[in-house]
Ligand binder design. Sequence first.
Ligand code: IVH
Length: 817
Amino acid sequence: MNNTARRIQELTEQLNRYAYEYYTLDAPTVPDAEYDRLFRELEALEAAHPDLRLPESPTQRVGGMPLDGFESVRHTVPMLSLNNAFSPQDENDAFDHAEMLAFDERVRGGLSGVQPEYVIEPKFDGLAISLLYRNGVLVQAATRGDGTTGEDVTQNIKTIANIPLKLRGDNLPSLLEVRGEVLMLKADFAALNEKQAADNQKLFANPRNAAAGSLRQLDSRITAKRRLHFFAYGIAHIEGGARLEEHIQELAYLSELGFSLPHGQFGVFPNIAEILAFYEHMSQKRPELPYEIDGMVVKVNSLAQQETLGFVSRAPRWAIAHKFPAEEALTVVEAIDVQVGRTGAVTPVARLQPVFVGGVTVTNATLHNEGETQRKDVRVGDTVVVRRAGDVIPEVVRVVFERRPMQTIAETVSDGLQKDLFAEPVRPSENVQNEQIPLYPQYRLPEHCPICASEIEREESEAVARCSGGMLCQAQRAQGLIHFASRKAMDIDGLGQRQIEQLVAQNLVQHFADLYRLDVPTLQLMKENADKEQAADAGETVSDGLKTTAKKQSPTKWAENILAGIEASKQPELARFLFALGIRHVGERTAKSLAQAFGTLENVRRAPEPVLACLPDIGTVVARSITHFFAQPEQQAMIDELLAVGVVPQNQTISLPLSQYVTPAKWLSRLPGFKISETKAAALWDLAGKNIDSLLNDNALNADWQQWRNQPENAALLLSMRQFLEQMPSENKASVSDGLNQAVAGKTFVLTGTLPTLKRDEAQAMIEAAGGKVSGSVSKKTDYVVAGEAAGSKLEKANALGVAVLDEAQLMALLNP
Ligand code: IVH
């Protein structure tokens, strides 16, 4: 042997060992780069000396020239099938092991009453393959075909990474025929379908189909790109090598020779009872397995006993398949409803004709979200594949489109069912009337929550739609209250998830403020009801339930403790209060930023969207969510109620005046629906003479701007901006840090005449916001008269009574000391 041949052999052995360690043992010993380097070296040597290439060379695994067709292969030992043990077809068939016990009986009968050992192993849901090794080298691989004659898929099989091209060890059999199953792992299947979808290619229905499609490629280079796996489950024929007397020894030997076995998923047991226990164990483990199995195979362990038992009509008497209930079944979608979760997530749910699948009767299956429903194109009336694996929520896998109910356009016109269609122009074809179209339209989420009728919202970046009702929505109340009371929010001691869920379930609390109206009798009632329910659930008597409670703690004391916790939460920091409200997108951090920037709840409540959007770490989405929240009358009422029951969020000192963040260039560039850079916004501001009134009225400003500001809601937004900016909270203001502006709070103002910039109701709002009162007539009790142009008798009276008279500028100075 020359040096090149030696090197080629060395590399081939080395690479095959690395592949075995990697794919079969799942324990690589060298980095991928090292494998790649050696692989390239071998490739180069083989290219230069094609005659020196060994049949087991790993370079074969990449596939070869496409075939015209597969050759036929006659199996020397036929590939038989297995008899199935009974498996229930619907819930009325008792799920017992009667047929397995009958199998055991038959076997013992066939062995003259001897109790055999059994091996139990997974029934792989893939394709049966027979592998032929001559002197340890893989020479032929064939499909099952009709059991007698199959197809030669050697080229394709060689691309499967965990199939040894050469057997491991010394004293190899001169001839070995291995039987096993080729399959695709669930994860590889998912990835393949994802890629198929991305490439606009047909999706595979399940891993089995994907494995079959991959193996039946005439071009083995395609097979090489699909990740297939092989598990060996038996030896059909052996000459030389080890002497084997039991099936379990066969499995152990196959493992030694380099084959993958489903370790941990097979075993040998002394009787059928233990076999059935292992079957139950595997049926639990099934959903977590990396591949699909459709049952377990039970085999008599002793090969001699197998021979005694023999075959009946193409199936062995010594083996049986004990199937699991199917995880997939066909049924019909009767309706598509939506479900609102505790967090407001809105999920479309298919209501199904009841179907027995995965061991239970299923009537609902999740469709996940609108996008997913449309992608799968699930419609009412469709026949669908539903899947339930283990304890997972049943889901609709796909539609059987051939069975979709259709009707002609003519029929549609007469009954008007498919209304959507007529939004599109009807093609002017002669046959159009007879064209078949689906009876039901494509699915769309409803616009309003089925529970509280609030709008359903979906942000562009998110697949999930949500009910915007928050605490207004029954489905979300418990969650909202749990959040409200939680440690980082209002931090109500003693009021945990369980208590809140009970209070909501018993309808004793609906809104936040209701918590502050709780009393001892109500809490006791709640506890009694909860105990009764628990006792009923546990099958105990009611009095037992109460006794247990009484032993632990006096119910009065318990209730008083909770009330004390509630009472103690009445003066939260502003940030905690804002966080507690559960405004979408307002987490702890955002709540803190808001509190620091605005100082008071009132300031946050009235802050317009563009102002909020100027704050650090608040973007337009969050700003919109906040203003949307505070704009809803129900939410306003909810906050007012909280204030009315005595909750007083503590004002916070403003760390940095708002004017530091809210510059005209910034807020103008954050107006909803008007896209403009900060630089251009600054120019616009200059052009408008740095004043909002011109922004509102100046007809010399650019056309886009005029168009935007002419929308009533945009004009209103500018007005609220003006009002907000005129009394923008800042750090120096007593009104903010102390909560009250002493010069204004409690004082009575009278407004008269026309003020230069402020409208009368604006001035009034500002005075009231600072704690002052506005009255219509001047008296001795009047503290200030604010006079503008053309002030009349009120000004005279003020002068006569010696009441202080202010102009607009002086009023503003008073309001913003
Ligand atoms: S033994 C003579 N063992 O099931 C016994 N078959 O109906 C022949 N299968 O397509 C089969 N897992 O490919 C056996 N652990 C297992 C199996 C298994 C899956 C498949 C086999 C064949 C079918 C037999």
